[in-house]
Design a protein around this ligand. Structure first.
Ligand SMILES: Cc1cc2nc3c(=O)[nH]c(=O)nc-3n(C[C@H](O)[C@H](O)[C@H](O)COP(=O)(O)OP(=O)(O)OC[C@H]3O[C@@H](n4cnc5c(N)ncnc54)[C@H](O)[C@@H]3O)c2cc1C
Length: 448
């Protein structure tokens, strides 16, 4: 049984404050402000496994807790759905009452079936860990994000980077068909014969709620062995380090296929009170230790710390502190440079999906953390992040800023998320007019 939480989001405040802007729907919004009525109106249309949660309940809090507090929607009701029909009924109901809604991936979902050893059907709320673990028991794997706590479809609808992308492409490239509840509440199955297929793979958040995805799966090669090595360097090594990364690893997108290298700037006053440190990771598949041709240049550079191990693909989340039970080792701000291998991504024609950044070899992201609840601090943190990003942008040869939609802060704009070639946004807008003319799905990197 799959669960995907749909939260009704009052983006202008809570539903009661929308009420003050509305004259036609007053009766309804009044009733929404009185807990219980939504249950009696929508409840009978939902399956027995569905739940409606109102503010004040533990389940509501759990369903609305986000990794980032920045520009968080102000949820007023959570409908935790259990069937595809629940999603359709909830969307129809929200439309009838003109209530904004958004899918919140509740992190519940399972692999429904492994059809023929080449594809699996995965519930719309499934998390990376559930997918990797279930496939692993059958000797299979697929592309997921590195963090065990993110879903498959949240990243996948915007492209979806993962460690296996060098071999197989993005998460979205694995989709074989998607069951989608459209903005009008109808359920359709979308495959490559549909015009919507193109838009779902890169701008999918704007077109529907995915209740399940049939995706490609692959045999685990080489017993799934992976190894890693992690170095920590002091700030004075920064130029040598990035010169070596470019020369020995990334090599203009020719880093080996089963490979992932990334670095991050972070602060650790106990090691250096005055400067940032740089952590640098190399992960390599198919070998019990990172090959010396890749590791040696970095060993010679004099790291202050070095650590490594080998295990299976499933250990990677633990090594990189991205496992569900990892300690919060990076709870301060950091600056991330991710070097995924790109062969699988770049083997797919750029114009064949709405994901516009196939030619990019690096993902660069400042991650600024702050205590939530203080608007002034939030604004300062945002400005700080913008400044850091601008420094990197100015230092690059790029004329336009390209933003991976799933890492975006929100102010970059549609061209930056979906591509500067005019035909890309035109094509998306034609699809939007056809599949969501009332712009009901408009809260995640919208382009209209
Ligand atoms: C710790 C961390 C690690 C990350 N690692 C990676 C990574 O390795 N690779 C990568 O590409 N990105 C990564 N990201 C970015 C990630 O892609 C985004 O944060 C993404 O939005 C997470 O999706 P979610 O479903 O888990 O979260 P949610 O906040 O629940 O969903 C995000 C968006 O997706 C929509 N959505 C979710 N499920 C569905 C669905 N079934 N149908 C329709 N819409 C849906 C939601 O409505 C929302 O708009 C990471 C983020 C974090 C915080």
């Amino acid at each position: 049984m799959e669960f995907l939480a749909i939260a009704f989001a009052g983006v202008l405040g809570n539903i009661c404050s929308i009420l003050s802007l509305s004259t036609t729907s007053t009766g309804w919004f009044n009733s929404l402000c009185s807990p219980g009525d939504i249950s009696s109106v929508l409840g009978p249309h939902l399956s027995s496994g569905a739940h409606i949660y109102l503010p004040g309940s533990d389940q509501f809090t759990q369903a609305t807790t986000r990794w980032s507090a920045y520009q968080a929607p102000n949820f007023t009701v959570i409908v935790k759905v259990a069937t595809e029909s629940d999603v359709g009924e909830t969307v129809k109901y929200a439309n009838k009452q003109n209530i904004p809604f958004i899918a919140v991936n509740g992190g519940h979902g399972a692999i429904r079936s492994l059809e023929d050893g080449k594809t699996a059907t995965i519930g719309g709320g499934a998390l990376s860990k559930q997918i990797t673990d279930s496939l692993w028991t059958k000797g299979k794997q697929t592309v997921t994000g590195i963090c065990e706590c993110t879903s498959l479809l949240g990243p996948g609808l915007g492209g979806g980077h993962g460690i296996l992308q060098g071999r197989y492409g993005l998460i979205a490239d694995q989709f074989v068909s998607l069951n989608v509840v459209l903005a009008n509440g109808s359920l359709i199955t979308v495959g490559e014969e549909s015009d919507l297929w193109w838009g779902l793979k890169g701008a999918g958040h704007n077109f529907g709620i995915i209740t399940s995805a049939t995706t490609k799966i692959y045999d685990v090669p080489d017993d799934g062995v992976w190894s890693y090595i992690r170095f920590i360097y002091t700030h004075d090594k920064v130029e040598d380090l990035y010169e070596a990364i470019n020369t020995h690893l990334l090599k203009n997108g020719t880093q080996p296929v089963d490979f992932f290298s990334y670095s991050l700037f972070f602060n650790l006053p106990s090691l250096d009170p005055d400067h940032s440190l740089i952590a640098f990771f190399i992960l390599q598949g198919g070998t019990a230790s990172v090959e010396s041709q890749y590791a040696d240049p970095f060993k010679k550079m004099g790291p202050v710390m070095m650590k490594g191990d080998h295990g299976s693909f499933k250990d990677i989340a633990k090594w990189t502190d991205m496992a569900t039970d990892s300690p919060p080792s990076l709870n301060n701000s950091f600056f991330l440079f991710e070097g995924y291998s790109v062969q699988g991504v770049q083997s797919i024609p750029s114009d064949s999906t709405a994901f516009p950044h196939r030619e990019a070899n690096l993902l660069v992201a400042p991650v600024v953390t702050y205590e939530p609840g203080d608007k002034k601090l939030e604004s300062e943190a945002f400005q700080f992040g913008e400044t850091l990003r601008e420094i990197i942008f100015q230092g690059s040869d790029e004329k336009e800023m390209y933003s991976y939609v799933n890492y975006a802060s929100g102010n970059e704009g549609p061209q930056s998320w979906y591509g500067y070639e005019p035909w890309r946004l035109e094509k998306l807008r034609v699809l939007k007019e056809k599949y969501d003319p009332d712009n009901r799905l408009s809260f995640y990197a919208p382009f209209v």
